[in-house]
Design a protein around this ligand. Sequence first.
Ligand code: SAM
Length: 278
Amino acid sequence: MRPWSVLNVAMQNPMESWAFLRWAIHDPMGSRHYFIDRWKHRDWHIRMYPVDHDWRMRIGSTDDDRKQTEQLWPSVLRRLEEQGLRPGPESYFFWNDGDPAFIQAIWCLVRRLQATKVVETGVAHGVTSRFILEALGMRGGHLWSIDLPPPGSPEKHHEIGAAVIDRTNWTLLLGSSRQHLPHLLKEVGPIDIFIHDSEHSSTNMLFEMRLAWEALRPGGALIVDDIDLNWAFGEFSKQIKCEKLVAEAEPIRPDLRRFNQKGLFGVLLKPQSSAMKP
Ligand SMILES: C[S@@+](CC[C@H](N)C(=O)[O-])C[C@H]1O[C@@H](n2cnc3c(N)ncnc32)[C@H](O)[C@@H]1O
């Protein structure tokens, strides 16, 4: 890749290049892999992750799910804004809050699977945590969340979970998923739903998905955000037999770093009767 061609691309897409540069400063390794993949195989996302436009129907999302999440959004956004926090893409360093489509998928699955045990990694402002707790609250249940706030920025640690109001059914573990996830899953498993939204390196995603799949009860769901950042979700889903869905995120502002300016998330539904191992 020659410097002039990089400059040429940057001049053609100034906003996108600026977003990339900020991301590269915060996450040099992750952004480098993503950028090289994009450069070498411009259409790998499309080949690896054909979008299931009917994902709502396939997970059984109803009008009620949409209405209920839409009703809750204004109060979640207000709570963040009252604390001076800007929701949406790049809201906590270079990380994004859960977008409305991702939230709708989570909401629907928590309700449809009658989940009582949910584990998530990656909390940031706690948008996903808040919606999970509200969806669980209707029948009782518990959410365990793991987050490793950036150690170099202690002044931002109080923002973790800012969107959550009622913490009764919530356990927040501070530290990396590598540190907490193995014994948490041993202690609380089998679980109904696992959500990955922490460090999106392929190593970490594979580590979390493998552990979580084992701890998931038959019929449970694994929901993975930002799958378009690397090949991990595609590789993992090839190793197991299950229903796989790829959905487009619907961010409240375009995410200029992404190939489709939105991002993708994935859902894996564990068969009802199997003890399949990856
Ligand atoms: C994309 S944000 C989570 C957004 C959140 N799910 C929401 O919708 O509001 C990613 C979070 O993962 C945390 N994180 C980064 N690396 C981690 C790791 N190795 N283990 C656990 N959490 C991590 C970051 O501190 C950040 O808060």
